[in-house]
Design a protein around this ligand. Sequence first.
Ligand SMILES: [Zn+2]
Length: 228
Amino acid sequence: MTSNRLAGAWRAGMLAAMFVALVAGPATGREPAGTIEDPVIDSAMTEAEAFEGLRPGCPEEIRKAQRLFDVTYLGFDGKIHKGQIVAHEELVDDIRHAFAVALREKFPMQSAIPVSHPRFRKNGFWDDDLSMEANNTSCFNYRPVTGGTRISNHGYGRAIDVNTVQNPYVKGKLVLPPGAKYDPEAPGTLTRDHPVTRAFVERGWTWAGEWKSPSPTDYQHFEKPDRR
Ligand SMILES: [Zn+2]
């Protein structure tokens, strides 16, 4: 084997190893323990990935105000998970606090993955329906309100949806995600007096689970609009 061919074979071997590492996760190939020290990683996007595919109409000052940060939570599998949220920089502390309360209260969450993730794309756009169907918890998405044209508080990184399947959006006969059912007794469900709800409300957030017709009752949704 010439040194060139040797180098080629070495490169091919490296590429194969990198591919295996990408597919299988950490090089050790072992399962994470699912503890605080060794959580299940649900999301580990870079800054560039987290904003890739953002709608071209999103104003620069809105984009610049968003922060990507890690959150830790208890999964429905009983393991500790690590995910990510993109939200307005002024609200990072509030959201981190609510996640800390959720962890303390053993309030399970399915996942926290930015809606920009490829698994939530439809026709290239960040798709709220796909995120809701996956029971994903997320915040920033520059998009119109559900069923309307004005920009949602999610579009400013000032609204968060939590466990969308346990906490559906209900407007008349419309339930999103389809087939979801609100059961206040089920784990991961928000109620007015739940410590997670209180953690948000005490910091000035509004819980849309208390909204009444003609507004939707949106159990998953908290928002803290900029009132200045
Ligand atoms: Zn929402």
